[in-house]
Design a binder for this molecule. Structure first.
Ligand SMILES: [Zn+2]
Length: 405
């Protein structure tokens, strides 16, 4: 809880990965236990409930399922002894016998984790799969922003949640856009146009209520070319609850989807806390350093690995999935570490030429992140949901670092 930044992309990445691993596991019977303990729940209550579950489980007909369930409950009770009370965000435990090949080869696994935000449910479930949905729900980005990009002829509504943009709707007024309106005739109808614009602003307000009111929206940003957005904002066309949430007005050159994307690019100040902005900032810092001081950046897997000792900020793509494989020679015990996308090629021992065996296989990204974390350095993960994230993945192979002098 002493963490200075509330957002740690590496923690989030690790949790996402664990969730997808847990999701893939399946018990031989109904014997995988998921336990969610909210922060307010007394551990003694949980222990009492688990003992009750254990006595119910003693009636299970299948001998192996009965044994596995009771063993799992016992393992959980052992773990709970380490806690006087639940941690500030509560506690989530997954425990069960996971099959490895033939029946009888199950291995008891237990995962104890403290969620990134307080969990509000108390749940005990014994099933053939682990229950991970409540954790996923927590990860679903909490910060949602409402976006309106508008002028007199068109308005587009969108939601920005975490890093993804969801275009909701576009409405039009019938007033031609700037590039269509022209000359004398348009001027003659000025007053009518003012009236139609007013009615359009009212409609924009109604649509905004439909999409943004009573939703968990952190803020609203209004963008558009020219002064129409100011007219709209200053005219109080938005429901007062939404009006309060307006973070700012942003000038953009376009309306429609293109305008929404442009707005998000320009509104980084307003969205500083959102993850999208966070990714953009990291990437911009990398690019700035590259321009000012090319010696201080490493780009691509090879260079990052070579200069890892000097890395201050490691920037990794969530989509980078190289492996780090340690080979050992069965003859002379020489060891070789290789970083490659797969383990299909045979590696000959550099000393005696014997084909080497794989001793250890891990994710390269995990290895790098752990190494840097241990040194107290910064590790940033980028999605591929932003242009910057795409660029990291496609142009830099998913690996970059900002180095010390
Ligand atoms: Zn050898």
């Amino acid at each position: 809880m002493s963490k200075e930044t509330s957002y740690d992309s590496y923690d989030e990445y690790k949790l996402k990965k664990l969730i997808s691993e847990l999701e893939a596991k399946e018990g031989r019977g109904t014997e995988l236990i998921s336990l969610y303990i909210p922060p307010q729940r007394a551990i003694s209550d949980v222990v009492r409930d688990l003992r009750e579950e254990a006595s119910t489980a003693s009636n299970i007909k299948s001998k192996s399922t009965r044994k596995n369930v009771m063993d799992a409950i016992e393992s959980i009770l052992q773990k709970l002894k380490l806690f006087k009370e639940p941690p500030p965000n509560g506690l989530v435990i997954f425990c069960g016998a996971i099959p490895h090949g033939a029946p009888g080869n199950e291995k008891m696994e237990i995962h104890v984790l403290e969620p990134p935000e307080p969990i509000n449910i108390y749940l005990y479930r014994c099933d053939s799969k682990f229950v991970v949905e409540p954790l996923k729900e927590l990860l679903r980005e909490k910060e949602v922003y409402g976006i309106i990009v508008m002028d007199r002829s068109e308005a587009t509504f969108a939601l920005l949640s975490g890093r993804s943009i969801n275009i909701l709707d576009t409405i039009t007024s019938g007033i031609p856009g700037k590039h269509h309106a022209g000359g004398q005739s348009a001027r003659r109808f000025q007053r009518i146009i003012e009236q139609v614009a007013h009615e359009f602003y009212v409609r924009i307000g109604e649509y905004a209520s439909k999409y943004f009111l009573n939703k968990e929206i952190k803020g609203i940003i209004i963008g558009g070319p020219g002064p129409n957005k100011n007219e709209f904002y200053e005219g109080n066309y938005l429901h007062y609850e939404l009006q309060k949430k307006v973070l700012g007005l942003v000038d953009v050159g376009y309306t429609g989807e293109e305008g929404v994307r442009e707005l998000i690019n320009r509104a980084t100040d307003l969205l500083q806390k959102s993850k999208l902005a966070h990714e953009k900032q990291i990437f911009n810092k990398l690019m700035e350093t590259m321009v000012k001081d090319p010696q201080k950046v490493a780009i691509g897997k090879k260079e990052v690995l070579e200069k890892l000792d000097r890395a201050e900020i490691l920037i990794l793509s969530e989509e980078a999935n190289d492996l780090r494989i340690t080979y050992e020679c069965p003859n002379c015990h020489e060891r070789v570490v290789s970083d490659s996308e797969n383990d299909s090629k045979t590696v000959a021992c550099p000393k005696c030429g014997t084909p080497m065996l794989i001793e250890q296989k891990e994710s390269l990204v995990d290895y790098l992140a752990e190494t840097l974390k241990k040194r107290g350095k910064v590790v940033e993960f980028m999605s591929t949901k932003t242009e910057e994230g795409e660029q990291l993945k496609n142009s830099f192979g998913g690996y970059a670092a900002i180095l010390s002098d």
